[in-house]
Ligand binder design. Sequence first.
Ligand code: NAD
Length: 296
Amino acid sequence: MTSIGFIGLGHMGGPMAANLVKAGHAVKGFDLAQPLLDQASKNGVTACTSLAEAVEDVDTVITMLPAGKHVLSVWQELVAAVPSSTLLIDCSTIDIDSARKAHELAAGKGCPSLDAPVSGGTGGAAAGTLTFMIGGEQQAFADAAPIFQAMGKKIIHCGGASAGQAAKICNNMILGISMIAVGEAFVLGEKLGLSHQALFDVASVSSGQCWSLTTYCPVPGPVPASPANNDYKPGFAGALMLKDLKLSQEAAAASGATTPLGAKAAELYQMFNDIGHADTDFSGIINLLREKSADL
Ligand code: NAD
């Protein structure tokens, strides 16, 4: 049993903290929103009224926050509050630069630290089936394994500091691009008089096969569990896809990588968000492609 301070009890952090309690860990939680603290308390988390209270006398601190600026501000407070043996883990999806700075803050205090972003969404957070992509020292990774196992199914050590964020950003850039590619193929197929099912039956067993087609098909019918069958209710919202694509483009610019399709995908998801689809599942981008197609 580990004693854990959990900061950020939102859509992801709330159920992740609840799963740590279920696995027998002692969890103290803090969030700026009182209703989330009340909900966490119902799930067996000890609700705290300050960050300092939540991290007092714990072995490990986990943060699950919106963006890099929140993580850096919280980690600055953290390193002032905890002793140097405390393991610090950030599970948020943030930019590479902030992730590196967070590791530096921890190292300055002598605290072991990991970046550990996740994929699997709110469903995976609730079910305890998240995938963790982890950057940091091997020893810290080994020490934290039981904690990740309580919240996830696949736990992958990607390399040193910030390698987890790098893997997350690269994976989601593939996802954003491939969802647009699949959407374009269905829209072109419609124009050519091809049924959705026929295109699916061919592409799902041919070289066009990919997750965006076979697990998350953006038209209703071929994959009954995909958000297209539920009016594009997320799932993974357009706002989160845009956030991750912007992170990929920041990282590409800073590292000198050429990612023209990533840049175009960011542009299209910006348009998708701007016309009111921030809360629509990202696979709904097919409707934007359809609307932009000409009637000939
Ligand atoms: P969320 O907005 O629901 O939760 C973030 C929480 O952090 C909020 O409850 C907020 O009150 C709290 N917070 C902000 N500043 C704080 C502070 N200083 N002290 C304490 N609490 C503070 O967001 P979420 O959907 O849970 O996502 C969290 C992270 O996980 C993000 O980085 C997101 O990109 C990533 N992520 C989300 C999903 C998803 O499907 N929602 C999937 C994968 C990764």
